[in-house]
Design a protein around this ligand. Structure first.
Ligand SMILES: *Cc1c(COP(=O)(O)O)cnc(C)c1O
Length: 344
């Protein structure tokens, strides 16, 4: 597939903003910097951040075994996803395909960018319906969003089906791997070089425990990354977030143990939920949350609020009637949850 054919004409022809740090890149050099109208008095943050976040990318490149030129960082995955829309989708002309029930931001971003949404529901096992998806797509279908593990269902998509979509869909396939660290499945990152139309997004907001710093990661071919780089705001990841990200990425042992602990707690919650008579179903999860079907989601949601516990009511989503999405908390939080659920 020729990626150049998918890029919007105005994006292809635009000349990007060139910042002071783009024009003289070596910020660590022993130079007198009088080029960016910064305040010279040191506050720790008086200088603009590295627009290419090289130190963060060095760590990621090493940990993930991906070349730095295939990484783009954003102010959360939400910014990364928005950049993908703006690079490939012509307002009031193109469309994207989403597979409900899924992450709500794809639809919001499509609406912001005036892009039509073609929705093809997941199967009753929450898997992509490949034939229906391919039939529903047309020459204006630019992006297909696959969220795996999927939010809110929690399951991963079967790799055969994802592979067929990567081969057959005539646009960009975005695989949102926000929850990949909790999954038994391998990341599609390992297969970036096989599919020129593949974008993998990850985030520090979930397994890495850094939702507050807003750091989203996009992995793709150099062709795709260079287009996204061209349109991103010059200083889109601030200095404090870059520092914190490096610090946290290097805590590999702590993170590994937290993930093991959360997966163990997920198992315990699954067992305990299944004991409750008003719980109709606990869906299998590859993520740090469980989707459960109850007798009356609104009633159970409100009862939990009264006891000081907030979960997410997903009942209005397709295939999620009377479903609650419950994040795995600490051992103590989960014990409190179970204790309260037993009293309802
Ligand atoms: C939480 C979540 C994200 C994370 O978004 P950030 O902007 O990086 O915090 C992305 N995708 C899905 C499916 C999520 O559930």
């Amino acid at each position: 597939m020729n990626i150049q054919d998918l890029i919007r004409d105005n994006v292809k022809s635009l000349k990007p903003y060139s910042s002071a740090r783009d024009e003289y890149k070596n910020a660590s050099a022993n130079m007198v910097f009088l080029d960016a109208n910064e305040n010279p008095f040191n506050t720790g943050c008086n200088r603009y951040p590295d627009p290419q976040q090289n130190s963060v990318k060095d760590v990621l490149a090493k940990q993930k075994g991906v070349s730095k030129s295939k990484i783009l960082l954003g102010n959360g995955s939400d910014e990364v996803l928005d950049l993908i829309f703006r690079a490939f989708c012509n307002p009031n002309k193109d469309n994207i395909i989403t597979l409900p029930p899924t992450y709500g931001m794809y639809e919001v971003l499509a609406n912001i960018n005036a892009i039509e949404i073609i929705k093809v529901n997941l199967s009753d096992k929450f898997q992509p319906q490949v034939d229906t998806i391919l039939k529903a797509s047309n020459q204006n279908s630019k992006l297909l969003f696959l969220c795996s593990p999927n939010n809110p269902s929690g399951n991963s998509f079967s790799s055969n089906e994802v592979e067929t979509l990567l081969n057959e869909f005539n646009g960009i396939v975005v695989i949102d791997e926000a929850y990949i660290d909790f999954s038994e499945q391998k990341s599609w990152l390992n297969r970036l070089d096989e599919f020129s139309n593949l974008i993998v997004t990850q985030t520090l907001s979930k397994a890495y425990g850094m939702a507050g710093i807003r750091l989203g990661i996009c992995y793709a071919s150099e062709d795709i990354i260079s287009v996204l780089n061209k349109i991103k705001p010059p200083y889109n990841v601030n200095s404090l977030s870059q520092e914190k990200a490096i610090e946290q990425l290097l805590k590999t042992d702590v993170l590994k143990h937290q993930i093991i602990a959360l997966k163990y707690q997920r198992e315990i919650l699954e067992i305990e939920f299944n004991k409750l008579e008003y719980v109709r179903r606990v869906y299998p999860s590859d993520a740090n949350f469980l989707l459960i079907k109850v007798d009356d989601a609104k009633k159970r949601y409100n009862q939990l609020i009264e006891k000081g516990i907030v979960v997410r009511n997903r009942t209005s989503q397709p295939l999620c009637e009377n479903c609650l999405r419950i994040t795995i908390g600490t051992k103590q939080e989960n014990e409190k949850l179970i204790e309260v659920l037993k009293t309802l």
